[in-house]
Structure formats: structure tokens, C-alpha cells
Write a protein that binds this ligand. Structure first.
Ligand SMILES: [Zn+2]
Ligand SMILES: [Zn+2]
Length: 270
């Protein structure tokens, strides 16, 4: 997630995130008991300003920081410093958010202009090539237990799947034999079923899936990928759950921990 060049900026920002202001009515530092949770709060607040999702901590960002962040996030929520919001957490420490925003805009002068140019270029590309696909592996985590809920891998033309080396030789040679130039490959492990060693797909389907699964994940966006189980996302919670937490019945119908139902039968159609 982090790149070497912005280390100094990140430190300044983290200080901005933690710096106390006199006369504050909401003293977040008082509310947060553990040092680790406080550190996460400062870092995530600073990064929310840098990465243009000010005041919001996407689940995917936390997952990228590694193990243990779910527990710290829970601590920040019970301290009233964060709250759960669709696909992540909202930072309630407005002072820290404000300080990071101010400093990020000062620090980033030139960097912001470069980023704006990159964004403008990407936007122009997206206009020209709406189905632009990118190779990727995503594993949305269960909002209840943090385990990987589903896994979606897009393999670009001429590339090999991440776990290729572990596949049987017969499978490898069959795939190599059948592969067409320019073809994409989809590997999908859903809640109740997946597509095994994958299926070839065309670039436009790959583009649709890549766009649908670009974080921060939202149900309305993820569903456009067209997976039978919406990659494990619950429409009403706007969150993802694993097989265990979907409580899948024998008929293939699931209920999320908050009681919302949905069919998880791959052959089910309305
Ligand atoms: Zn779970
Ligand atoms: Zn739900």
C-alpha cells in the first residue's frame, strides 16, 4: 500500500492525525485505550486524506495492512472514534480528519497535480475503452469473522494463474492447448460453488468484472460482475460474508448474520 517516496509526508500526516488541539470537545486520544488502535487510527486518517477517501477507511485498505486490524477497528468503534459504514468505517474524529486534510493539501502541491493528471488520463482512457480490464486477484473478507469469503482472479492474455504451479500437469496442458490469443481467464471461488480450474472469458467480460470489483466494494457495484452469489455480498448489509456466516441451507438458500436472505444456489434462477 505504501510507497517509499511518501514516508516523510506520511509521518507529518500521522502527527497531524494525533496532534491535540486545545479546547477540543471530542478528545479521541482519551477514548482510545490501546496504543496499537491509536496508531491505526492516525495512520488510517492520514491515508484517507492522501488516497482521496477523506474520513473513510475502506475494508480493503484494512485488509491490506495485514492481520489484526479487524480487532483494532472494533476497539475504535467501541471507543466511538470510528463507526461501521458500508464497505468500511467512518472516522468520527473530525478534528484529526480536518488536520490531515489541511496538511495533505499543503504537502501534496505538486504530487496532487501529478495525480490529477494521471486521473485525467485514466478517465480519458476509460472513456475510450470502457471495457478496459486488468489482471487481479481479490478476496473479499467476511464481515463477521474476517476469513476470505470468496476469491476472484482475472488472468490476462499470456499470463498464468497465481496457483498455476500447484495444478496437475494434465490440467495445465489442457488449458495451454485450448487457450486462444487475447483470451482472458476467470477463476472464481464463490460461496457455495466455483468454476474449478477456471473458464476462458473475453476481454469485455473481464473488463466488466474488473470494474465491478474495484474497491471500495459496494453491493450495487459488485453485483454488476454477474456472479450467481454476488461474490458473497449481502445487499442489505452492503457487506460480504463467508459460507459459514451465510448459514447456507440444503436447498442453497442463505441467511446473513443479520437475517437477510438470498439464494446461493448456482443453478437457481428467479
Ligand atoms: Zn465468516
Ligand atoms: Zn445482510
Amino acid at each position: 500500500m505504501s510507497s517509499g517516496g511518501r514516508t516523510d509526508d506520511a509521518e507529518d500526516l500521522a502527527r497531524a492525525g494525533s496532534g491535540a488541539r486545545t479546547g477540543e470537545s471530542f478528545d479521541a486520544r482519551e477514548l482510545v485505550k490501546s496504543g496499537a488502535a491509536w496508531e491505526l487510527h492516525c495512520r488510517a486518517t492520514a491515508d484517507s486524506a492522501v488516497y482521496d477517501h477523506l474520513g473513510f477507511v475502506p475494508d480493503a485498505y484494512l485488509a491490506g495492512l495485514g492481520e489484526g486490524t479487524a480487532g483494532l477497528a472494533a476497539e475504535l468503534c467501541s471507543a466511538g472514534v470510528w463507526e461501521r459504514a458500508g464497505g468500511g468505517y467512518r472516522i468520527l474524529d473530525r478534528d484529526a480528519v480536518g488536520r490531515c486534510q489541511d496538511l495533505a493539501s499543503q504537502l501534496s502541491g505538486e504530487a496532487a497535480r501529478v495525480r490529477a493528471r494521471i486521473r485525467a488520463r485514466d478517465h480519458a482512457r476509460a472513456q475510450l475503452m470502457p471495457e478496459l480490464a486488468e489482471a487481479m486477484v481479490v478476496t473479499p473478507l467476511c464481515a463477521a469473522c474476517g476469513a476470505p469469503a470468496t476469491r476472484i482472479e482475472l488472468v490476462g492474455p499470456g499470463q498464468l494463474p497465481a496457483q498455476w504451479e500447484q495444478w496437475p500437469g494434465t490440467v495445465q496442458s489442457a488449458i495451454v492447448r485450448q487457450r486462444q490469443p487475447g483470451q482472458w481467464y476467470l477463476l472464481f471461488t464463490g460461496i457455495a460453488a466455483g468454476n474449478g480450474y477456471g473458464d476462458p472469458i473475453d476481454a469485455s467480460r473481464a473488463g466488466r468484472i474488473a470494474r465491478a470489483l474495484r474497491p471500495p466494494w459496494r453491493f450495487v457495484q459488485v453485483r454488476t460482475a454477474g456472479f450467481y452469489d454476488d461474490a458473497g455480498f449481502c445487499q442489505d448489509c452492503d457487506a460480504c460474508y463467508c459460507y459459514r456466516h451465510w448459514h447456507v441451507s440444503e436447498s442453497g438458500y442463505g441467511h446473513c448474520p443479520r437475517g437477510h436472505g438470498k439464494s446461493l444456489d448456482p443453478h437457481w434462477s428467479p
